[in-house]
Ligand binder design. Structure first.
Ligand code: ZN
Length: 278
């Protein structure tokens, strides 16, 4: 079995193909966490998890790029350009739902901040909304699914994340999705107890080999981030959970470890982190 710890299979882009995509995932023995990015996509994740109770679970979150002044619109994610302000009450009300096993994706995205003037204000706002979601995770005792993207060539967002969470969120697993930090910050994050997802990027770039060799296997989960970042041989095409096996194979090569060990350990990690009993 494999677990895709971060996918967006509930997004409208899959509306006409979702049944087939989920069947291919099931044939490939892949279970998954459908991750919300706004209220609508979080609700859709819950609905899908109710429809596929053995294969799909839900994560509830508000992505930092939706806080940007220039409204973020992605055709995969939204049919219309739906403006939304973060509503902590609405999210809290859904968080205790039995199909919700994580809170996020939420976090800090410094990569997309364009002008310097807006920087600190945008960062502060991102920090606020992230902490509000981190609190929901603590209260509901669910894992925190973090999107953390530093500005180019820097670890700035990871440093801020560490100081923001500090002693405030200690009691739930914290997972860094699409991890791209340096070796120095990786050491700090491992020490602080974080988990890391490994995605399709390792199938076409060697930039992260050293990092994913270094991280202890019991801290690694796999993700597709579908519909984004499809692995080789599907690079540039629409991604889907069944493709996770290409990323698993790539990690086996990088770590020089047998596929069974990598599959079994990461699958057990996923069940443990998300508190799933099958
Ligand atoms: Zn995502």
């Amino acid at each position: 079995m494999l677990f895709d710890a971060h996918t967006h299979i509930q997004f409208p882009i899959y509306d006409s193909t979702r049944k087939d995509v989920l069947r291919r995932a099931s044939d490939a023995h892949v279970k998954m966490l459908a991750v919300g990015t706004q209220y609508s996509t979080s609700k859709a994740a819950i609905e899908l998890s109710l429809e596929y109770p053995h294969d799909v679970w839900a994560s509830l979150g508000f992505h930092p790029s939706h806080l940007d002044k220039e409204w973020h619109h992605d055709r995969n994610e939204q049919k219309e350009n739906e403006k939304e302000l973060f509503d902590a009450r609405a999210f809290s009300a859904l968080a205790s739902h039995k199909r919700v096993i994580a809170i996020g994706e939420c976090g800090l995205d410094y990569f997309r901040i364009k002008n310097n003037e807006a920087r600190s204000k945008t960062k502060d706002r991102q920090g606020e909304v992230f902490l509000a979601q981190a609190c929901i995770a603590e209260i509901t005792k669910k894992a925190l699914m973090i999107h953390c993207r530093p500005s180019k060539g820097s670890d700035d967002a990871y440093e801020d994340l560490l100081s923001l969470l500090d002693s405030r969120v200690q009691n739930v697993p914290r997972i860094l999705h699409f991890y791209v930090g340096s070796l120095a910050i990786t050491k700090k994050l491992i020490e602080a107890g974080f988990y890391f997802t490994c995605g399709g990027v390792i199938t076409f770039s060697h930039d992260y080999d050293e990092i994913f060799k270094y991280i202890p296997l019991d801290r690694i989960l796999f993700e597709t981030d579908a519909p984004y970042v499809a692995p080789e041989p599907y690079r540039g095409k629409q991604n889907e959970p069944a493709y996770i096996r290409y990323t698993v194979e790539a990690l086996c090569c990088i770590r020089q470890e047998p596929v069974n060990k990598i599959q079994d350990t990461t699958y057990a990690n996923s069940l443990r982190v998300f508190n799933i009993s099958l």
